[in-house]
Design a protein around this ligand. Structure first.
Ligand code: SAH
Length: 351
């Protein structure tokens, strides 16, 4: 079963075979503009509604939905066909609503401090499975408008390039979210960054840097052995020149590991020539990594050091730590899992 968001418009037309052409438009609009399931498309004849509902069941089944921050952060645990599980996080801010989507079930990159990496890789998501996360979040965000999509959930998006790109095109063309509100975050898959440079959709690029010398970065981000910092910076530079978009570096601050003055100085040498913005994320706790995040005071000092070295840096507000929805915590455990955190609200198999 492809799921409702896998098909092209032509494939939908094929599925609707004997129906008049305007029906194709109605169903396509229903799926993308209105975000409805076929059985909710009341402008269709009942017979067609139910046959479409049977032909296009959702690709995502909600296993749990948890809320925190007074309802402003929502995390879904979804089950996919075949039983793999992924998570999606919706965050409401005063001026925007952002959904953080998964691109893979699990992740093969094995970054030492990341819960998804600690759990290993299960499979790639299809384009339709990615798009459906955005549609589900957009429904839940209403009446607020879902404004931003970030590929910062489970998985390495550039390791699933073709499906990532098909999903981005669909999100841009059919859901109407502009390229500057779409952000791909990568651990540094250089060939993927090069492919992005050649595309005609100028999305934002975020690079999970975390260390500015190869020795330290090799130990935190194993992929650095394949694509060391010099190659990564060269690819980033070409992206920035080609797209004119602001590049950002993500930096999870780990006490005594990458929060020293010398780390700020090394980072500044990489960030300044590229005009990169640094997002500081105090390390969130994960079961497989014993080192603690930097203290609030150390985070402040690190940021001040970067500022005085001429680098723009912001501290990312922590969202959803109590429901394991924060950066690096997505591990698709259901219910009261190994962390002992119980979802606030359980939804049985329905959105
Ligand atoms: N694989 C992509 C997408 C994941 S984004 C990437 O690495 O960019 C998730 C972000 O959270 C990345 O910047 C990742 O490095 C960061 N992260 C992972 N584990 C974390 C943790 N325990 N605390 C804070 N940030 C973490």
């Amino acid at each position: 079963m492809p799921g409702p968001y896998e098909m092209t418009r032509e494939e939908l037309a094929g599925l609707l075979g004997g129906e008049p052409a305007f029906r194709v438009d109605q169903v396509w609009r229903g799926l993308y503009v209105e975000g409805r399931r076929p059985d909710e498309m009341t402008n269709l004849p009942a017979r067609l509604r139910s046959s479409l509902e049977a032909a296009l069941p959702p690709a995502l089944t909600a296993v749990a939905e948890s809320r925190s921050d007074g309802g402003r952060t929502v995390k879904w645990l979804w089950e996919l066909e075949g039983g793999a599980r992924i998570e999606t996080v919706l965050m409401h801010y005063p001026d925007r609503a952002t959904v953080c989507v998964s691109s893979q079930a699990g992740c093969a990159m094995k970054c030492s401090f990341c819960a998804t990496g600690q759990a290993g890789f299960t499979r790639h998501l299809s384009a339709g499975e990615i798009v459906e996360q955005v549609v589900a979040a957009r429904r839940a965000a209403a009446p607020a408008r879902l404004s931003n999509v970030v590929f910062m959930g489970m998985g390495e998006p550039l390791a699933n390039y073709d499906n990532l790109w098909a999903a981005l095109r669909r999100i841009h063309d059919e859901l109407g979210i502009s390229a500057r509100h779409l952000t791909v975050s990568t651990v540094g898959v250089v060939p993927g960054i090069r492919r992005m440079t050649a595309e005609n959709l100028p999305v934002n690029l975020a690079v999970s840097l975390h260390a500015a010398n190869d020795e330290l970065r090799n130990s935190l981000v194993p992929l650095n052995r394949r694509y060391p910092i010099s190659a990564l910076m060269e690819a980033c530079g070409q992206y920035v020149v080609a797209k004119g978009r602001r590049l950002s570096f993500e930096w999870a601050l780990i006490a005594g590991v990458n929060d020293r003055l010398s780390d700020a100085e090394e980072l500044a040498l990489l960030a300044r020539p590229l005009g990169a913005h640094v997002n500081l994320i105090p390390l969130n706790p994960t079961p497989g990594y014993p080192v603690r995040g930097s203290s609030p005071a150390a985070v402040r000092v690190f940021r001040e050091n970067l500022t005085s070295l001429g680098v723009n840096a912001t501290v990312r507000r922590n969202r959803g730590t109590d429901i394991d929805a924060a950066c690096g915590q997505l591990a698709a455990r259901s219910g009261a899992g190994e962390t002992g955190v119980r979802p606030v609200k359980l939804v049985a198999g329905k959105r």
